[in-house]
Design a protein around this ligand. Structure first.
Ligand code: ADP
Ligand code: MG
Length: 262
């Protein structure tokens, strides 16, 4: 694996290489360990929009915590080019809930994660404008709808121009129109910054709309059970017939990806 990593697979400085032998959590009552992830290997080239699809409880958030470096307790290797994750590594992480600070304005919520130089504050304002929230620059989170709060969270996730951006089911529980709008905004920002995006969802249609590629995870202990490239031009349409046909074909040929049985 190491040789492969050094000689073939990793070509750009921000390619991501994952080889997890096991990630386990201690069972507090029985003093035993349960595997959440087992034998999971994949490589994500720099700049790819990769979706992770898997059943609830299979280990998606666990994986993102490992990729972000928030959790470093793992048996295996997570590498970016030629090293593990440095402390100052530019990784963005957008959680399922927007997690805005209620006592800060929209602008402060975005700029707080930067060093607050005048350039960074200007960039925060630009992103808020791109998210169509210019009128709410000085509003507080409680004055915003759920969709607007998520737009602030997206602006915050991109403000430091992360090389790698991790998103954990960010558009769950939004109405369809709002979620569609946010997906379009996400693609636009990704196009302008060319980050690597790892986007967790359990919605296959969403993954097909967004991703260059989908990694399907089994139920826990999770591993990759199918790796699908989506070679479809953008901008894509959510109700595209070609996409729907691909989805039906995929489920027919790989029923395991939705049954969570493997
Ligand atoms: P997903 O995000 O796919 O829904 P998670 O990564 O949250 O799944 O959880 C995967 C498995 O690991 C589940 O069985 C969950 O109960 C367990 N788990 C997650 N976090 C912890 C933790 N901090 N301590 C113990 N078990 C955990
Ligand atoms: Mg989760």
């Amino acid at each position: 694996m190491e040789d492969q990593l050094n000689n073939k697979l990793i070509k750009k400085p921000h390619d991501l290489f994952v080889d997890i032998i096991a990630k386990s959590y201690k069972d507090k009552n029985q003093n035993t360990y349960n595997d959440a992830i087992k034998n999971m290997q994949f490589t994500i080239p720099q700049g790819q929009f990769c979706c992770l699809v898997g059943p609830s409880g299979c280990g998606k958030t666990t994986l993102l915590n490992l990729l972000s470096g928030l959790d470093r307790k793992v048996e295996g290797v997570i590498k970016y080019h030629d090293g593990t994750i440095p402390n100052d590594w530019p990784i963005g992480y957008m959680f399922q809930e927007p997690r805005l600070m209620p006592w800060l304005t929209v602008k402060q919520n975005v700029s707080i994660v930067t060093n607050q130089t005048s350039e960074e504050i200007a960039h925060s304002e630009n992103l808020i404008e791109e998210m169509d929230l210019i009128k709410y620059m000085n509003a507080f989170p409680s004055q915003l709808s759920g969709g607007m709060q998520r737009r602030v969270a997206i602006a915050r996730a991109f403000v430091n121009k992360p090389k790698i951006l991790l998103l954990d089911e960010p558009f769950i529980s939004l109405d369809l129109t709002t979620a569609d709008l946010l997906r379009q905004m996400l693609i636009k920002l990704w196009n302008s910054q060319k980050n690597t995006i790892i986007f967790v969802t359990h919605d296959l249609r969403e993954a097909m709309y967004l991703g260059d590629r989908i990694l399907f995870l089994s139920k826990g202990p999770s591993k990759v059970i199918h790796d699908l490239k989506i070679n479809m031009q953008r901008p894509r349409k959510a109700e595209d017939i070609q996409m729907e046909n691909l989805r039906i074909k995929l489920i027919k040929e790989h029923p395991e990806i939705l049954s969570g049985k493997i």
